[in-house]
Design a protein around this ligand. Sequence first.
Ligand code: PLP
Length: 395
Amino acid sequence: MKFKHPLMHNNFTNQDFVKVRELLKKKNIILTQSSQVEKFEKSWSKWLGVKYSTFVNSGSSANFITISILKILNKNPSRNEIIVPTLTWVSDLNSVIMNGFKPVFVDINLSNLSMDINQVLKKINKKTLAVFITHAQGFNGLNDNLLNQLKKKKIHLIEDVCESYGAKFKKKKLGNFGLISNFSFYYAHHMTTIEGGMICTNDKKIYEISKMLRSHGMVRESKNKILESTMITKYKNLSQKFIFLYPTLNFRNNEIGATIGLSQLKNLDKNNHKRINNFLFFLKKIDSKKYFTEFDLDGSCNYAFPIILKTKNLKKRDKFEKYLQKNNIEFRRGNAGGGNQLRQPYIKKFIKIKNFSKFKNVEHVHFFGYYIGNYPDLPKEKITKITNILNSISF
Ligand SMILES: Cc1ncc(COP(=O)(O)O)c(C=O)c1O
């Protein structure tokens, strides 16, 4: 059979489909958000180690609702800056912009593809409301200095863990350190619900707001009886079941997604363990003269193999891409989210940075960084074959 290494691999198991069939056979079934969703949220909270989780229809929706919550809770409008990485997914930044905040950009480290914490600390000022960290491609982006400084300065930490669930800082799962954390269950990630996302927190009020924001801003969605009766008394002329408190849309998921999520969650730790071992094996095999290998692996859990070329020569880079294409290795350039977000057209209206030399690491990743697939059932022989191909390219 012809060798090929696609970016994604079928993430579903037969058991997932058995569970969906069982659901569909039930009498009087409800398929919109209902008991399965609640069950999945409880199981996810238990797996992560947080009190509350809200299941939504994507990781992007989780991002958007999270930053909307910051807006709702922010009592000081002059605190309108959110520090963000230059390497992240587009929805992290759109959530910031669409909620009227100013994104303040910092470069990344090559060792974990996450924010350069020294730059974060330098950018903090009295307008800073939050730091929105992305734990990119399975690496932990936190350190003690960041956590201590944010606590001291009373600045919120928001964690985007969409690409890194199962990864840990000091043996504790990422997603436990921020005021709110976000996850994505898109097909290509550590586990899937087809499409889906999760908003996690230990704060009851935030949890209740997240449930309202998920569903038209409706007060009854909070399931807080005191809030509900207060609003009913306050808004006597409104239909009691239709009090819309916040402007938002419908970001709900459904019972099929939750059923798949419950089934997938059972295999998550086992699969993550395999992915970690795959990545270690991959790193041991690739040529460290050609590729960057000094990643910070402590607690990491990668669903992809990041490949960062050491060359800074675009012709050699193009040759590398052609070679991968010829060998049927599917790749994405720019690591998480296509590289330097400051170069994307959507951001230009909001941020006028043209000199990218201050962001030298993300610039390198933008032009010379890649990822390829790392799935739990990837055999060692195949990883060896991939690394042989990579190592045989002459730069
Ligand atoms: C870091 C990060 N945040 C958010 C998202 C958005 O997740 P979704 O695709 O589920 O909307 C992604 C998607 O890949 C991501 O990588």
